[in-house]
Design a protein around this ligand. Structure first.
Ligand SMILES: [Zn+2]
Ligand SMILES: [Zn+2]
Length: 386
């Protein structure tokens, strides 16, 4: 068994009674959508349920699904703390957590799982049936309150805060040597992107791949295809800058969708690809992905569509060319297995993470970080804490 050095963080002594005492922490709170994040003081329970872990947040990446919530395109109960791409340090563990200890570095993932439902038993923990039962909803008191009222944590994580309490099956330990800003990205963008190629689509050596949308997740689909041994990897996006970055992640060809019909360009380059990934999640790009795959192959939707988005596809060619269209969720991950593997690949120089981070900001600027993302300026913005 691998042993990991600890950072020597001061141990936190959990309270004996739920809600008896609370620690004041600063958090970016969303109170209405569409709206803005406001950095406020909230109170974190000092008690830990047996299966909970208290984590000091060291870094939290900003993700497009959080942006969708802030913009009112994904429903969420208010008020709430967004942020689900977390690297942090364990400060305390509940009585039933035997394999984590104060000082451990952990990465969190929103694919929290129970470990005992039919999906978990079948190895599909990312589809856990009981995920919604694992938070504090059924417990004696909320984890977070402000002015006596509960404050939610998006995906049970709430990472845009100085500290948080997490279910033990939403974190995995990683080596303390990993830089926290890059470790955080392993929890969503990298896991989702690389996993979509490896576990979702099962890309094989020699396959051809097209990836539409080269943001934080799309670049990781590109490098997932590279890790799988794909020999033709076509990156599609608007503008030369993003496409240049995609080459660094493993794209062998690039197509600027602003310069002409991207479907025709991919067909001309490859004769049709074995796997096309739409990392945008909109009608137009899903239709393009379907147009890019060869007969009998599948187009995958990786990007999270806003609520209400419809995918309308030409029916006859879909059937006569026997094409598939399939949604992929969170890279079909089993994150306790996958995140340490990704960390090892990074430490061996085989996974590109350094070029993913386009900006580091303090918590106070989280709302401006999302604004940068809305303007399409950012690859990945990471909030770091002193
Ligand atoms: Zn995400
Ligand atoms: Zn389960």
């Amino acid at each position: 068994m691998t042993t990991y050095p600890t950072t020597g963080a001061p141990a936190f002594r959990a309270a004996a009674t739920p809600g008896a005492s609370r620690t004041r922490v600063r958090a970016a709170v969303l109170s209405a959508a569409p709206g803005h994040l406001e950095v406020l003081d909230v109170e974190l329970d000092d008690w830990l349920a047996p299966d909970e872990v208290r984590v000091r947040v060291d870094a939290c990446g900003l993700c497009h699904s959080d942006l969708h919530m802030i913009d009112g395109e994904l429903p969420v109960v208010m008020p709430t703390v967004p942020g689900h791409e977390i690297a942090g340090t364990v400060e305390g563990v509940g009585a039933a957590v035997l394999d984590l200890a104060p000082g451990d570095r952990v990465v969190a993932c929103l694919s929290m799982f129970c470990g005992s439902c039919a999906e978990c038993r079948a190895g599909r923990t990312f589809l856990c049936d009981r995920r919604n039962d694992l938070g504090r909803a059924e417990r004696p008191v909320p984890r977070l309150v402000r002015d006596g009222q509960p404050v939610g944590q998006v995906a049970g994580l709430g990472g845009l805060a100085e500290r948080t309490i997490l279910h033990r099956n939403s974190v995995v330990r990683v080596a303390t040597e990993l830089p926290v800003d890059r470790a955080a990205l392993l929890g969503c963008a990298v896991l989702t992107g690389v996993g979509s190629a490896l576990h979702g689509a099962g890309v094989r050596p020699g396959d051809s791949v097209a990836v539409i949308g080269c943001g934080g997740v799309g670049l990781n689909v590109v490098q997932g295809a590279r890790l799988a041994g794909a020999t033709r990897i076509v990156a599609v996006d608007l503008g030369a800058d993003k496409l240049e970055v995609a080459r660094r992640f493993g794209a062998t060809h690039v197509v600027d969708a602003a310069a002409g019909d991207p479907v025709a360009a991919v067909q001309e380059l490859t004769g049709g690809v074995d796997h096309a990934f739409d990392v945008v999640g909109r009608q137009a790009t899903v239709a393009q992905a379907v147009g890019m795959v060869r007969a009998g192959r599948t187009a995958y939707v990786v990007g999270i569509p806003p609520v209400g988005e419809q995918f309308v596809l030409p029916g006859l060619p879909l059937v006569t060319s026997a094409k598939g269209v399939r949604g992929l969720l969170m890279g079909a991950n089993h994150f306790p297995r996958d995140i340490p593997v990704l960390a090892d690949l990074y430490q061996q120089g085989r996974l590109e993470l350094d070029a993913l981070v386009s900006a580091w900001i303090p918590l106070d600027e989280a709302d401006e970080g999302f604004a940068q993302m809305r303007r399409g300026q950012a690859t990945r913005v990471v909030v770091t804490f002193d």
